[in-house]
Design a protein around this ligand. Structure first.
Ligand code: FMN
Length: 249
């Protein structure tokens, strides 16, 4: 799968919540598992592992019924949630580009018999996936329910770069991101949350930021540009929390 194929599907992808319960072929599952080893890393110092579970291994009221789920386990270092979002969104796009359905599941957990830690890494989040029993793609960009560009950025003349980022999925479609600075050096921040909301959405909004960074990387890559991330130094606008500064060039 090329970066361009991932980029193109950004404009069509959607969450798929209805699946045929037939298992995908062993070959398809092995290809997905092999693909996890090729993902672009946001932070190479954070160890992660991916594991694929079948339907009966994920239960609970928060799980969508699907034939398969892919889970990410991670070292719990600074930035691990953003990193998990960045990596798992590549899988979401990979599946969608292969005309398979997928849906992020923020609340679902593996069944009790599956440990939440593996080789010292902790379960973070999973995607449901399988053969879709509903259209796998949107046919028109208007079908995305998203904030407008002017609501998520103060950067002028960056439509082409930021439009794919605007379309990124997020938990409860919260779209917590804001992009300031300029198109060569973008400050990525996210909405500050009240204490109560932070308990509910804090983890998810970190993962959402990683998803947006994945779309930003693919967008820059499409324009033949590299991105580098500085997670330490940057000033967020009022009401927002600094997440990272992205050098595009
Ligand atoms: C981190 C994260 C967690 C999510 N959790 C769930 C979930 O538990 N159940 C669900 O049905 N959708 C879940 N979603 C899907 C979002 O609701 C969906 O991405 C958003 O509404 C935008 O719609 P779209 O993906 O169809 O473009 C989640 C998405 C993200 C990014």
């Amino acid at each position: 799968m090329t970066n361009n194929e991932l980029y193109d599907v950004i404009f069509k992808r959607k969450s798929v919540r209805k699946y045929h319960m037939t298992q995908l072929s062993q070959d398809t599952l092995e290809q997905l598992q092999a693909y996890t080893g090729t993902l672009k890393k946001l932070d190479g110092n954070i160890k992660v592992e991916f594991t694929i579970l079948t339907s009966e291994k994920v239960k609970g009221m928060f799980a969508i019924k699907a034939p398969h789920y892919i889970c990410i386990y991670s070292e719990k270092k600074d930035g691990y949630l953003v990193n998990a979002g960045f990596l798992m969104q590549q899988l979401d796009l990979y599946l969608s580009a292969g005309k398979l359905g997928s849906c992020w599941l923020g609340m679902a957990k593996p069944d009790k018999e599956i440990p939440l830690t593996r080789n010292g890494l902790e379960f973070v989040i999973m995607l449901a996936f399988g053969s879709p029993e509903e259209p796998v793609h949107r046919t028109d960009k208007d079908q995305f329910k998203r904030n407008s560009l002017s609501e998520i950025t103060s950067i002028e003349n960056a439509e082409e770069l930021l439009e794919p980022v605007r379309l990124a999925p997020s938990a409860t479609n919260s779209q917590p991101w804001f992009f300031s600075g300029d198109s060569n050096e973008i400050i990525v921040s996210r909405k500050k949350l009240s204490m109560l909301k932070a308990q509910l959405l804090g983890k998810m909004n970190n993962i959402d930021t990683g998803i947006a960074l994945c779309h930003l990387w693919l967008s820059a890559d499409r324009q033949g540009k590299n991105v580098s991330f500085d997670f330490q130094n940057g000033q967020a606008p009022q009401g927002f929390e600094f997440m990272t500064k992205v050098k595009v060039g």
